[in-house]
Design a protein around this ligand. Structure first.
Ligand SMILES: [Zn+2]
Length: 370
Protein backbone atom coordinates (compact mmCIF):
# COMPACT_ATOMS: atom_id res chain seq x y z
CA UNK A 1 0.00 0.00 0.00
CA UNK A 2 1.37 3.40 -1.05
CA UNK A 3 1.80 6.26 1.42
CA UNK A 4 3.20 9.72 0.76
CA UNK A 5 6.67 9.15 2.24
CA UNK A 6 6.73 5.38 2.63
CA UNK A 7 5.10 2.18 1.46
CA UNK A 8 4.04 -1.09 3.01
CA UNK A 9 4.76 -4.24 0.97
CA UNK A 10 3.92 -7.88 1.59
CA UNK A 11 5.85 -10.67 -0.08
CA UNK A 12 6.17 -14.44 0.01
CA UNK A 13 9.63 -15.03 1.61
CA UNK A 14 10.29 -17.86 -0.89
CA UNK A 15 9.63 -15.90 -4.07
CA UNK A 16 13.36 -15.38 -4.71
CA UNK A 17 13.59 -19.09 -5.54
CA UNK A 18 12.42 -18.20 -9.04
CA UNK A 19 13.40 -15.43 -11.44
CA UNK A 20 9.71 -14.67 -12.00
CA UNK A 21 9.28 -14.18 -8.24
CA UNK A 22 12.18 -11.73 -8.07
CA UNK A 23 10.93 -9.84 -11.14
CA UNK A 24 7.40 -9.74 -9.69
CA UNK A 25 8.64 -8.27 -6.41
CA UNK A 26 10.72 -5.70 -8.30
CA UNK A 27 7.56 -4.74 -10.22
CA UNK A 28 5.71 -4.27 -6.92
CA UNK A 29 8.49 -2.14 -5.41
CA UNK A 30 8.80 0.05 -8.50
CA UNK A 31 4.98 0.38 -8.69
CA UNK A 32 4.74 1.65 -5.11
CA UNK A 33 7.78 3.89 -5.59
CA UNK A 34 6.21 5.51 -8.67
CA UNK A 35 3.05 6.12 -6.61
CA UNK A 36 5.13 8.67 -4.62
CA UNK A 37 4.41 10.88 -7.69
CA UNK A 38 1.40 9.39 -9.43
CA UNK A 39 -1.45 9.37 -6.89
CA UNK A 40 0.22 10.56 -3.69
CA UNK A 41 1.48 13.94 -4.97
CA UNK A 42 0.19 14.32 -8.52
CA UNK A 43 -3.44 13.35 -7.95
CA UNK A 44 -7.14 13.88 -8.35
CA UNK A 45 -7.91 16.22 -5.39
CA UNK A 46 -10.51 13.76 -4.10
CA UNK A 47 -7.68 11.27 -3.41
CA UNK A 48 -6.19 13.26 -0.55
CA UNK A 49 -6.65 14.63 1.93
CA UNK A 50 -9.41 12.02 2.18
CA UNK A 51 -12.89 12.48 3.54
CA UNK A 52 -13.06 9.34 5.65
CA UNK A 53 -16.79 9.76 6.33
CA UNK A 54 -17.76 8.27 2.94
CA UNK A 55 -16.70 7.09 -0.51
CA UNK A 56 -14.27 9.33 -2.44
CA UNK A 57 -15.20 9.12 -6.13
CA UNK A 58 -12.64 9.55 -8.90
CA UNK A 59 -12.69 8.75 -12.61
CA UNK A 60 -8.87 8.64 -12.74
CA UNK A 61 -7.86 5.27 -11.26
CA UNK A 62 -7.09 4.06 -14.80
CA UNK A 63 -4.37 6.78 -14.81
CA UNK A 64 -3.26 6.67 -11.18
CA UNK A 65 -3.17 2.86 -10.95
CA UNK A 66 -3.20 1.57 -14.55
CA UNK A 67 -0.55 3.92 -15.95
CA UNK A 68 1.53 3.41 -12.78
CA UNK A 69 1.33 -0.31 -13.61
CA UNK A 70 2.72 0.50 -17.06
CA UNK A 71 5.46 2.74 -15.65
CA UNK A 72 6.59 0.11 -13.12
CA UNK A 73 7.25 -2.26 -16.02
CA UNK A 74 9.10 0.42 -17.94
CA UNK A 75 11.24 1.36 -14.91
CA UNK A 76 12.18 -2.32 -14.44
CA UNK A 77 13.33 -2.56 -18.05
CA UNK A 78 15.18 0.74 -18.06
CA UNK A 79 16.91 -0.20 -14.80
CA UNK A 80 18.12 -3.38 -16.55
CA UNK A 81 16.42 -5.59 -13.95
CA UNK A 82 13.56 -6.92 -16.10
CA UNK A 83 14.46 -8.21 -19.57
CA UNK A 84 12.31 -7.26 -22.56
CA UNK A 85 11.45 -10.95 -23.05
CA UNK A 86 9.64 -10.92 -19.67
CA UNK A 87 7.66 -7.77 -20.44
CA UNK A 88 6.79 -8.95 -23.95
CA UNK A 89 5.22 -12.09 -22.43
CA UNK A 90 3.56 -10.12 -19.64
CA UNK A 91 2.00 -7.50 -21.92
CA UNK A 92 0.90 -10.13 -24.44
CA UNK A 93 -0.75 -12.06 -21.60
CA UNK A 94 -2.58 -8.94 -20.40
CA UNK A 95 -3.59 -8.07 -23.97
CA UNK A 96 -5.01 -11.61 -24.33
CA UNK A 97 -6.78 -11.57 -20.95
CA UNK A 98 -8.26 -8.15 -21.59
CA UNK A 99 -9.63 -9.31 -24.95
CA UNK A 100 -11.11 -12.44 -23.35
CA UNK A 101 -12.79 -10.60 -20.48
CA UNK A 102 -16.46 -10.09 -21.46
CA UNK A 103 -16.86 -7.14 -19.05
CA UNK A 104 -14.36 -5.02 -20.95
CA UNK A 105 -17.09 -4.29 -23.53
CA UNK A 106 -19.61 -3.43 -20.80
CA UNK A 107 -17.70 -0.95 -18.65
CA UNK A 108 -15.37 1.94 -19.56
CA UNK A 109 -12.15 2.71 -17.67
CA UNK A 110 -13.77 5.87 -16.28
CA UNK A 111 -16.70 3.85 -14.95
CA UNK A 112 -14.41 1.16 -13.54
CA UNK A 113 -12.47 3.90 -11.70
CA UNK A 114 -15.64 5.54 -10.41
CA UNK A 115 -17.22 2.27 -9.24
CA UNK A 116 -14.06 0.87 -7.58
CA UNK A 117 -15.59 1.45 -4.15
CA UNK A 118 -18.62 -0.71 -4.79
CA UNK A 119 -17.34 -3.15 -7.42
CA UNK A 120 -13.56 -3.64 -7.76
CA UNK A 121 -13.03 -4.48 -4.10
CA UNK A 122 -16.36 -6.29 -3.78
CA UNK A 123 -16.25 -8.83 -6.61
CA UNK A 124 -19.38 -10.88 -7.30
CA UNK A 125 -20.45 -13.56 -9.78
CA UNK A 126 -21.13 -10.71 -12.26
CA UNK A 127 -17.62 -9.24 -12.07
CA UNK A 128 -15.94 -10.98 -15.07
CA UNK A 129 -18.89 -10.30 -17.39
CA UNK A 130 -19.66 -6.74 -16.32
CA UNK A 131 -16.40 -5.02 -15.34
CA UNK A 132 -12.99 -4.15 -16.75
CA UNK A 133 -9.81 -4.22 -14.63
CA UNK A 134 -8.52 -0.62 -14.51
CA UNK A 135 -5.04 -1.87 -13.55
CA UNK A 136 -4.67 -4.28 -16.46
CA UNK A 137 -6.52 -2.26 -19.12
CA UNK A 138 -5.16 1.04 -17.77
CA UNK A 139 -1.59 -0.25 -18.15
CA UNK A 140 -2.27 -1.26 -21.77
CA UNK A 141 -3.85 2.14 -22.48
CA UNK A 142 -0.70 3.73 -20.95
CA UNK A 143 1.43 1.63 -23.30
CA UNK A 144 -0.65 2.79 -26.29
CA UNK A 145 -0.46 6.45 -25.16
CA UNK A 146 3.32 6.27 -24.72
CA UNK A 147 3.72 4.83 -28.23
CA UNK A 148 1.46 7.54 -29.69
CA UNK A 149 3.44 10.31 -27.97
CA UNK A 150 6.72 8.85 -29.26
CA UNK A 151 5.40 8.45 -32.83
CA UNK A 152 3.72 11.89 -32.77
CA UNK A 153 6.85 13.65 -31.51
CA UNK A 154 9.18 11.61 -33.78
CA UNK A 155 10.82 10.09 -30.72
CA UNK A 156 11.48 13.42 -28.94
CA UNK A 157 8.83 12.97 -26.20
CA UNK A 158 7.43 10.10 -24.13
CA UNK A 159 5.14 9.17 -21.23
CA UNK A 160 7.99 10.24 -18.93
CA UNK A 161 7.67 13.76 -20.37
CA UNK A 162 3.92 13.64 -19.79
CA UNK A 163 4.46 12.96 -16.09
CA UNK A 164 7.19 15.64 -15.89
CA UNK A 165 4.89 18.17 -17.60
CA UNK A 166 1.98 17.38 -15.28
CA UNK A 167 4.25 17.58 -12.24
CA UNK A 168 5.67 20.97 -13.27
CA UNK A 169 2.24 22.39 -14.05
CA UNK A 170 0.11 20.96 -11.27
CA UNK A 171 2.44 19.61 -8.58
CA UNK A 172 0.34 18.71 -5.58
CA UNK A 173 -2.40 21.25 -6.40
CA UNK A 174 -4.68 18.69 -8.03
CA UNK A 175 -4.98 16.95 -11.39
CA UNK A 176 -7.99 16.61 -13.71
CA UNK A 177 -8.76 14.47 -16.74
CA UNK A 178 -8.63 17.65 -18.87
CA UNK A 179 -5.05 18.32 -17.67
CA UNK A 180 -3.97 14.84 -18.81
CA UNK A 181 -5.69 15.29 -22.18
CA UNK A 182 -4.00 18.68 -22.70
CA UNK A 183 -0.53 17.29 -21.93
CA UNK A 184 -1.15 14.27 -24.19
CA UNK A 185 -2.23 16.61 -27.02
CA UNK A 186 0.79 18.89 -26.65
CA UNK A 187 3.29 16.03 -26.57
CA UNK A 188 1.76 13.77 -29.25
CA UNK A 189 0.25 16.46 -31.50
CA UNK A 190 -2.93 14.32 -31.59
CA UNK A 191 -6.51 15.32 -30.82
CA UNK A 192 -7.18 13.47 -27.55
CA UNK A 193 -10.94 13.17 -28.12
CA UNK A 194 -10.98 10.08 -30.41
CA UNK A 195 -8.58 8.20 -28.08
CA UNK A 196 -10.48 9.16 -24.91
CA UNK A 197 -13.82 8.27 -26.53
CA UNK A 198 -12.50 4.89 -27.67
CA UNK A 199 -10.54 3.83 -24.57
CA UNK A 200 -11.38 5.94 -21.49
CA UNK A 201 -15.02 7.03 -21.77
CA UNK A 202 -16.13 3.97 -23.75
CA UNK A 203 -14.56 0.57 -24.26
CA UNK A 204 -13.37 0.08 -27.81
CA UNK A 205 -10.99 -2.76 -28.69
CA UNK A 206 -7.33 -2.08 -27.91
CA UNK A 207 -5.27 -1.02 -30.91
CA UNK A 208 -1.61 -2.08 -31.16
CA UNK A 209 -0.85 -0.07 -34.33
CA UNK A 210 1.03 2.81 -32.61
CA UNK A 211 3.09 0.32 -30.54
CA UNK A 212 3.99 -1.63 -33.69
CA UNK A 213 4.86 1.56 -35.59
CA UNK A 214 6.90 3.10 -32.78
CA UNK A 215 9.06 0.17 -31.75
CA UNK A 216 9.18 -2.18 -34.76
CA UNK A 217 7.06 -4.87 -33.09
CA UNK A 218 4.28 -7.16 -34.31
CA UNK A 219 1.23 -8.27 -32.33
CA UNK A 220 0.56 -11.79 -33.56
CA UNK A 221 -2.70 -13.61 -32.76
CA UNK A 222 -3.16 -17.36 -32.75
CA UNK A 223 -6.01 -19.70 -31.87
CA UNK A 224 -5.36 -21.83 -28.74
CA UNK A 225 -4.73 -24.95 -30.84
CA UNK A 226 -2.18 -23.07 -32.96
CA UNK A 227 -0.35 -21.89 -29.83
CA UNK A 228 0.58 -25.32 -28.49
CA UNK A 229 4.28 -26.16 -28.17
CA UNK A 230 5.59 -27.69 -31.45
CA UNK A 231 5.73 -31.26 -30.04
CA UNK A 232 2.06 -31.01 -28.92
CA UNK A 233 0.91 -29.57 -32.25
CA UNK A 234 1.52 -33.00 -33.82
CA UNK A 235 -0.87 -34.59 -31.29
CA UNK A 236 -4.32 -34.51 -32.93
CA UNK A 237 -6.13 -35.21 -29.63
CA UNK A 238 -4.42 -32.28 -27.90
CA UNK A 239 -5.15 -29.97 -30.81
CA UNK A 240 -8.82 -31.01 -30.70
CA UNK A 241 -8.91 -30.42 -26.93
CA UNK A 242 -8.14 -26.76 -27.54
CA UNK A 243 -10.75 -26.46 -30.31
CA UNK A 244 -13.97 -27.65 -28.62
CA UNK A 245 -15.71 -24.85 -26.74
CA UNK A 246 -19.05 -24.18 -25.04
CA UNK A 247 -18.17 -21.11 -22.92
CA UNK A 248 -17.98 -22.54 -19.38
CA UNK A 249 -15.41 -21.53 -16.74
CA UNK A 250 -14.67 -23.29 -13.45
CA UNK A 251 -12.84 -22.48 -10.23
CA UNK A 252 -10.74 -24.75 -8.04
CA UNK A 253 -11.64 -27.31 -5.33
CA UNK A 254 -13.77 -27.88 -3.25
CA UNK A 255 -16.69 -26.77 -5.48
CA UNK A 256 -14.66 -27.47 -8.60
CA UNK A 257 -17.42 -28.69 -10.92
CA UNK A 258 -19.63 -25.74 -9.99
CA UNK A 259 -19.82 -23.18 -12.78
CA UNK A 260 -17.81 -20.04 -11.98
CA UNK A 261 -18.72 -18.12 -15.14
CA UNK A 262 -20.57 -18.50 -18.42
CA UNK A 263 -19.32 -16.35 -21.29
CA UNK A 264 -22.19 -14.17 -22.57
CA UNK A 265 -23.32 -15.18 -26.06
CA UNK A 266 -21.59 -18.59 -25.85
CA UNK A 267 -23.49 -21.85 -26.54
CA UNK A 268 -23.62 -22.61 -22.77
CA UNK A 269 -25.07 -19.14 -22.13
CA UNK A 270 -27.70 -19.52 -24.86
CA UNK A 271 -28.66 -22.94 -23.48
CA UNK A 272 -29.36 -21.43 -20.04
CA UNK A 273 -26.37 -22.64 -18.01
CA UNK A 274 -25.39 -20.16 -15.32
CA UNK A 275 -23.15 -19.33 -12.37
CA UNK A 276 -23.51 -21.62 -9.33
CA UNK A 277 -24.95 -24.66 -11.12
CA UNK A 278 -23.07 -27.89 -10.45
CA UNK A 279 -22.20 -30.12 -13.40
CA UNK A 280 -22.87 -33.67 -12.12
CA UNK A 281 -22.14 -35.46 -15.39
CA UNK A 282 -21.22 -34.86 -19.04
CA UNK A 283 -22.71 -37.22 -21.63
CA UNK A 284 -23.60 -39.63 -18.80
CA UNK A 285 -20.10 -39.66 -17.28
CA UNK A 286 -19.82 -38.50 -13.65
CA UNK A 287 -17.69 -35.37 -13.15
CA UNK A 288 -16.44 -33.88 -9.88
CA UNK A 289 -13.81 -31.43 -11.16
CA UNK A 290 -13.99 -28.55 -13.62
CA UNK A 291 -11.00 -30.01 -15.47
CA UNK A 292 -12.96 -33.27 -15.94
CA UNK A 293 -15.91 -31.33 -17.34
CA UNK A 294 -13.59 -29.54 -19.79
CA UNK A 295 -11.99 -32.86 -20.80
CA UNK A 296 -15.40 -34.47 -21.49
CA UNK A 297 -16.34 -31.39 -23.58
CA UNK A 298 -13.06 -31.79 -25.48
CA UNK A 299 -14.02 -35.41 -26.28
CA UNK A 300 -16.79 -34.00 -28.47
CA UNK A 301 -15.63 -32.53 -31.77
CA UNK A 302 -16.76 -29.11 -33.04
CA UNK A 303 -20.37 -29.19 -34.33
CA UNK A 304 -21.19 -32.05 -31.91
CA UNK A 305 -23.37 -31.77 -28.79
CA UNK A 306 -22.74 -32.29 -25.09
CA UNK A 307 -25.42 -33.22 -22.59
CA UNK A 308 -24.89 -31.78 -19.13
CA UNK A 309 -26.54 -33.24 -16.03
CA UNK A 310 -26.85 -30.18 -13.83
CA UNK A 311 -27.83 -29.59 -10.20
CA UNK A 312 -29.54 -26.20 -10.05
CA UNK A 313 -30.72 -25.11 -6.57
CA UNK A 314 -31.42 -28.74 -5.67
CA UNK A 315 -33.20 -29.63 -8.91
CA UNK A 316 -31.42 -31.97 -11.33
CA UNK A 317 -31.93 -31.31 -15.03
CA UNK A 318 -30.40 -32.16 -18.38
CA UNK A 319 -29.20 -29.41 -20.70
CA UNK A 320 -27.93 -30.05 -24.23
CA UNK A 321 -25.29 -27.63 -25.61
CA UNK A 322 -23.75 -27.48 -29.11
CA UNK A 323 -19.94 -27.50 -29.30
CA UNK A 324 -18.39 -24.72 -31.38
CA UNK A 325 -14.84 -23.76 -32.36
CA UNK A 326 -13.03 -21.94 -29.54
CA UNK A 327 -13.21 -18.20 -30.38
CA UNK A 328 -10.33 -17.28 -28.03
CA UNK A 329 -7.22 -15.73 -29.52
CA UNK A 330 -3.81 -15.59 -27.87
CA UNK A 331 -1.48 -12.62 -28.47
CA UNK A 332 2.27 -12.63 -28.74
CA UNK A 333 4.45 -9.55 -29.11
CA UNK A 334 7.28 -10.26 -31.50
CA UNK A 335 10.05 -8.21 -33.11
CA UNK A 336 9.09 -7.28 -36.67
CA UNK A 337 11.69 -8.78 -39.06
CA UNK A 338 11.15 -5.66 -41.22
CA UNK A 339 11.85 -3.21 -38.34
CA UNK A 340 13.78 -0.12 -39.48
CA UNK A 341 16.91 1.26 -37.80
CA UNK A 342 14.79 4.19 -36.62
CA UNK A 343 12.30 1.82 -34.93
CA UNK A 344 15.12 -0.21 -33.37
CA UNK A 345 16.65 3.00 -31.98
CA UNK A 346 13.27 4.05 -30.57
CA UNK A 347 12.89 0.61 -28.97
CA UNK A 348 16.27 1.01 -27.25
CA UNK A 349 15.43 4.53 -26.07
CA UNK A 350 12.11 3.18 -24.72
CA UNK A 351 13.36 0.07 -22.90
CA UNK A 352 17.05 0.81 -22.37
CA UNK A 353 17.67 -2.59 -24.01
CA UNK A 354 18.84 -3.85 -27.41
CA UNK A 355 16.23 -4.63 -30.07
CA UNK A 356 15.33 -8.30 -29.50
CA UNK A 357 16.26 -11.21 -31.75
CA UNK A 358 13.42 -13.29 -33.26
CA UNK A 359 12.32 -15.83 -30.62
CA UNK A 360 9.30 -17.76 -29.34
CA UNK A 361 7.50 -16.50 -26.23
CA UNK A 362 5.04 -18.05 -23.77
CA UNK A 363 2.76 -16.51 -21.04
CA UNK A 364 3.65 -16.29 -17.32
CA UNK A 365 1.85 -15.27 -14.14
CA UNK A 366 1.98 -11.94 -12.26
CA UNK A 367 1.40 -10.57 -8.78
CA UNK A 368 -1.27 -8.26 -7.32
CA UNK A 369 -0.45 -4.60 -6.59
CA UNK A 370 -2.56 -2.34 -4.38
ZN1 LIG B 1 -1.08 0.97 -7.17
Amino acid sequence: MEHKNSTSLLSDPFRFNKTAGYEGLFGLISHEFFHAWNVKRLHDPVLGPFDYSGENYTKLLWFHEGVTDYMDDLIGMKAGVIPWSTEAKEWAKRWTENGERPGRAEQSLEEASFDAWIRFYKPSEFTPNSTVDYYEAGALVGLMMDAQIRVGSKGAKSMEDLFAMLWQRHGEKGLTDADIRKAYQELSGLDPEPFWNAHIRHSGPLDPSAIEAAFGLKFETKAPWESLPPEDLKDAALARFSKSYVGLEFGTAPDASTIKNVIPGSPAFEAGLSYGQEILAVNGWRTTLGTEVQQRIADVPVNGKVEFTVADCGRVKTISVPVVENPKRIFRILPDPMATDEQKAMFTKWTGQAFPPQSALAPKSRSVKP
